[in-house]
Structures are given as C-alpha cells and as structure tokens.
Design a protein around this ligand. Structure first.
Ligand code: C2E
Ligand code: MG
Ligand code: MG
Length: 553
C-alpha cells in the first residue's frame, strides 16, 4: 500500500485540477479525492469512479467505446507497478473537453489487485500533441489504412481482393430527423459493426463523416454480394432508426496502382448507383476507366466542339446478305479534334451520358441524319433508312420523340426513314414507357446490342421493338463453338417467330455472313462489308450503286 501511494503522490506532483481515486478490485471498495468542480460527479456511494464517469452520460459519443475498453482493461487488473492511460473527451457546458485518465496497478496489504488513478483536464499543448499522434497511429487514419492495404495486396497474392465503399443515403436527413447526437452515435455503431464483421481478414476505415471503406478478400462475385448484404443487414435498423446505404465496389485487377486511386474507383461506382431506386450496389466498370484527367479535357472542349462543327456524322451501311444491296445505314458520331485527331465515341459518349451533353450531341446527329435523307430524296436516289442511336439519357423524358417529330416535319421526310436504335431499357419503367410511346407514334425501333448483357430476352417481352440487332461480341464469341452457333440460330428463329426483323452487327468474315444467311438472317452490318464512312463517301456509294447495289458482287 505504501508503495502504491508513493507512486500516486509522485504522479500527482504539480498537477492542479486533478481528481484521483482508489479502487480495490478484489473487495469492491473505492474512494475518490481532490476533485475539481467539473469532476464532482465522480464521487458516488453506489458507483465506483469508472462507472460514475460512464453513467454520467458526459463522455463524448465518439470516445465511449474507447472508454469502455479502457475500463474493462483496468478491471482486469495489471502487474504491480504497471501503468496505463487514455485520453478522452467529456462534454462540459455543451463542449467536448479533453481529459487524461492514468492508472497504476499495485498489490497492497489488503488486496492483491488495487488501482490508483488520476484524471486531469489536458493542457492545450497536451491536446495538440495527442491529436498529432492520433493522426499517425489511429487505424482510422487514411495514411495508415493506405499503407496497410498496399502491404496486404502485395503480400497476399493467394486471394482476389475487392474494395467496398459505402455511405448513408442523405445522412443529413438522419441528423435532422433524430438529432445530431443520435447521428453521431449511429456512425459509432457502424464502426462497432465493422470491427466485428471485418475481423483479421479485412481492413476497414472511416474515410469521412459517413463514408466507410473496406478491403476484403473474396472468391466469387456472388460471395462478395452476400457479404455486402449481410453487412448491410447488421448495419441497418440501429435503435429503430430508418436509413439506407449505397455501396460501390472496385474489383482489384491491378495490384500496383495506388490504393487511393482504387478508392476513387469504388467512389465512382458508389456515385453511379446513388439516386437509383432499383439498385444500391454499384460495380466499377470500364466506362468509368476513363481517367478523371481525360474527362476534364473532354468536358472543357465539348461545347466549343459542337459550335465549331468538330463532331461529324459517319455512316456504316447495312447490307442484304443475299442481294448485296445497301438496305440502310447507321449514323455514328466521330469527333475530329483539332489537336488530338479523331476520337472514337466510346471515349466521350459515356462522359456525355453522365453530364447530359449527349442530348445536345444526339440532336445534332439526328438533324444531320434527317438532312442526309433529304439529300437522297433531292438527288433522285432511292433512299434507305438511316438509324440513329438514342442515348439512355433521352429515355427519361418524352422530349426526344417530339424533337424527332419536329425534324421529320422540318426536312419533310417519311417517318420510316429515321429509325431509332435503343439499348438499355431493362427494368426501367419510364424508359419502357418512352419506347412504347415512340412506337405508338410510328417510329421504327431497333433493339441495339442484343446479347451484350444489356439488352435481353426480358426486354423483348415487355417492349415493342421492330428489329433485333445482334451484338458483335455475341456473334463473334458464339460463332466459335457448335453450341454457340445453335444459340445464334435459335435466337434468329425465335425472333422471326415473334415477327421481329433481325440484323447482325459486327460481321467481319465471309463465314459469319454465310452462317447468318443459313440461319435466316439476311441483314448485316460490319467491317466485312464496310467500315463507317464520312457523309460524302456514303452519298457517292449510294449514287454509284443506284439504290445501293454493289457493283463488284
Ligand atoms: P453501336 O450503336 O452498337 O454501334 C456499332 C459499333 O460497332 C460502332 O462503333 C461500329 O463502328 C462498330 N462496328 C461495326 N461493325 C464492326 C465490325 O465488324 N467489327 C468491329 N470490331 N466493330 C464494328 P463506334 O462507332 O465506335 O460506336 C460505338 C458506340 O458508341 C455505338 O455502339 C453507340 O452505342 C455509341 N454511339 C456512336 N455514335 C453515337 C451517337 O451519335 N449517339 C449516341 N448516343 N451514341 C453513339
Ligand atoms: Mg447502334
Ligand atoms: Mg450495337
């Protein structure tokens, strides 16, 4: 006992405003002394000093867990002379204020496990030092997290890894509805859940207020989704509150890129599904691979490019396999950039779809297409229909149908000569409605990219298309095996059966053309016949072949 008090008095030298306490863990006795006013609540007959602090409700919510852990550690006792300390905040006069709690363990005359402790308000300098240290040692510090992640990804090459980011949809509303304290407590609860869920195998961090990130090994995509769903369940419904999550997933395919970039990729995937009523898990995909820098360059130049006429309409003719005539053409945009040369649509359309500019660009291309049809009519060539691509952005409203109608009037052309290629209408009720509306108003509708994963049989069931366009990847990959060929031939038979016309895209070889023809598909578009070409070349082709008949076939 003497030994212990010596240590205590040494510890207390020159400390003003401190409170100190004594706890006999074996006999459940305690005492407190030297309280400054703030800490008077610690003196209680029924609660020991640690419980008194805990029960006071004054511990700042973010530090509650830390305090609980520390109290547990103290009660488990320590070796004679061992010390331990922690820094935490108490809410005093509505403001969190920093305190340090230090204990020394001892074995006295009456008991084998005693604890003497001191609690004191920290000086400004102590707080600064502590916070700086925290920044470098805390698991929740992004720098430490980054290091850990990079180490894990280089060392553990046995497993595949994914990066998951999630946040609460409109977290501000949670604060408004339940109060800020409840909001903070909720975020704290998420960390508790993540600790349990992540264990040793996974690494997690809190990136900012309500954004969390987890690095996890996985075996299959299904397994990964199951993990996310069970984590979502554990995170949901805390104390009856109602809130939802969005998750973004980046599958680590290159381990040597900085983990910060991987985090950005997961963030982009998360942003993609924000606002979607159907889905709350987004996967990073190739459309997002376009670097942010490239995106900026493109966005800086796009408006001027439109006024300067840098966007050109190219046309890829469609052919009848049996007759060899040109039976139509698809309008495809090209960007002839004064410095960077020709840019392919896959490099800018996804960006324009995200920022909405695609609407303006499409309207421009549609107008060029109508004007081309007019030229065919004016020059006495028997005209073929031109199909234009309708971006999914259009399908959110009916303006695009009105716009197409106005063009048809303006150029005075038959409606049947402007066809619409539409890709994605899956499970999107509004898009489905728009497609129906376009059909009712007399437009010819082509389902683009059938078999690419976007368009599907389901789509066909619910949406009134006229023509099915077999995607080039579907054609090339299925052509390779006998089974694949069967699938193609049955797809063709099925679509004919339900009264759909069919055209194959991306026909590159004579064999493909012959095979399609043998299956009953007579329309083809692809490099075997012709690459997309500028408007003038297309007009020359039309004139040369009279209504498109190939001279050399
Ligand atoms: P899409 O509508 O499926 O267009 C067909 C794409 O396949 C075109 O690529 C075409 O050049 C390419 N292609 C045609 N035949 C072959 C072939 O035999 N082999 C190969 N490897 N490729 C072939 P492009 O022009 O690069 O356009 C890519 C996509 O960009 C288009 O796919 C379409 O979704 C979009 N796009 C192009 N122009 C426009 C536009 O004006 N508006 C909108 N919204 N999207 C456009
Ligand atoms: Mg198309
Ligand atoms: Mg296509």
């Amino acid at each position: 006992m003497n030994n212990l008090f010596e240590k205590i008095s040494k510890m207390l030298t020159d400390k003003n405003g401190s409170a100190f306490f004594y706890l006999d863990l074996q006999h459940g006795e305690w005492d407190c002394a030297g309280f400054c006013d703030d800490l008077a609540f610690m003196k209680s007959d029924t609660l020991d000093p640690l419980d008194a602090i805990y029960e006071s409700g004054l511990i700042f919510s973010e530090d509650i867990k830390l305090f609980r852990r520390f109290a547990y550690r103290v009660r488990s006792s320590g070796a004679d002379g061992e010390t331990a300390s922690m820094k935490f905040r108490l809410t005093m006069d509505g403001e969190p204020r920093w305190y340090e709690l230090s204990v020394v363990f001892g074995s006295g005359e009456n008991s084998s496990s005693e604890v003497a402790g001191r609690i004191h308000p920290m000086s400004e300098k102590e707080i600064m030092d502590h916070q700086i240290l925290e920044l470098y040692t805390n698991d929740q510090c992004p720098d430490i997290f980054t290091e850990k992640v990079e180490k894990r990804l280089t060392e553990d090459t046995q497993h595949s890894y994914a990066i998951i980011q999630f946040d609460v949809v409109k977290f501000k509303l949670v604060n408004d509805r339940y109060g800020e304290a409840a909001g903070t407590e909720l975020l704290h609860h998420f960390l508790d859940v993540l600790e349990v869920f992540c264990g040793e195998d996974r690494i997690y961090t809190r990136l900012s207020a309500d954004i969390f990130m987890i690095v996890t090994p996985y075996e299959t995509t299904e397994g990964l989704i199951t993990f996310i769903r069970s984590m979502e369940e554990a995170l949901s419904g805390y104390k009856g509150m109602s809130y939802n999550f969005v998750f973004g997933v980046y599958i680590v395919d290159e381990r040597d890129i900085p983990s910060r970039i991987m985090g950005d990729a997961a963030a982009m995937a998360r942003q993609k599904v924000k606002g979607s009523a159907m889905e709350n898990i987004g996967f990073y995909d190739s459309a997002m691979k376009i670097s942010l820098k490239r995106r900026k360059l493109i966005e800086d130049d796009m408006k001027d490019a439109l006024t300067n006429g840098e966007f050109k309409m190219y046309l890829q003719p469609k052919y009848s396999i049996s007759g060899g005539d040109v039976i139509g053409a698809e309008a495809l945009v090209r960007w002839l950039h004064p410095q960077r040369g020709m840019i392919a649509p896959n490099d800018f359309i996804p960006i324009f779809e995200q920022n909405g500019f695609v609407v303006k660009l499409d309207e421009y291309i549609w107008e060029r297409a109508c004007s081309l049809v007019r030229r065919q009519l004016d020059e006495g060539i028997e005209p073929v229909p031109i199909s234009v691509n309708v971006s999914r952005v259009h399908l959110t409203g009916e303006d695009f149908i009105d716009f197409a109608e106005r063009l048809i009037k303006k150029y005075d052309i038959p409606k049947s000569l402007l066809e619409l290629e539409i890709t994605e209408t899956i499970e999107n009720i509004n898009a489905n409605r728009m497609v129906r509306e376009a059909k009712e108003r007399g437009f010819t509708l082509l389902m683009d990219d059938f078999g690419s994963g976007y368009s599907s049989l389901n789509n066909l069931k619910s949406t009134p298309f006229d023509v099915l366009k077999i995607d080039r990847s579907f054609l090339s990959s299925f052509m390779e095996s006998e089974r694949g060929q069967k699938i193609i031939s049955h797809t063709i038979a099925m679509s004919r059966d339900i009264g759909l016309d069919i055209i194959a895209e991306g026909v590159e070889t004579k064999e493909q053309a012959a095979f399609l023809s043998s299956c009953g598909c007579d329309a083809a578009q692809g490099f075997y016949y012709s690459r997309p070409m500028p408007e003038e070349m297309f007009m020359e082709l039309m004139e040369r072949t009279h209504r498109g008949r190939l001279v050399n076939e």
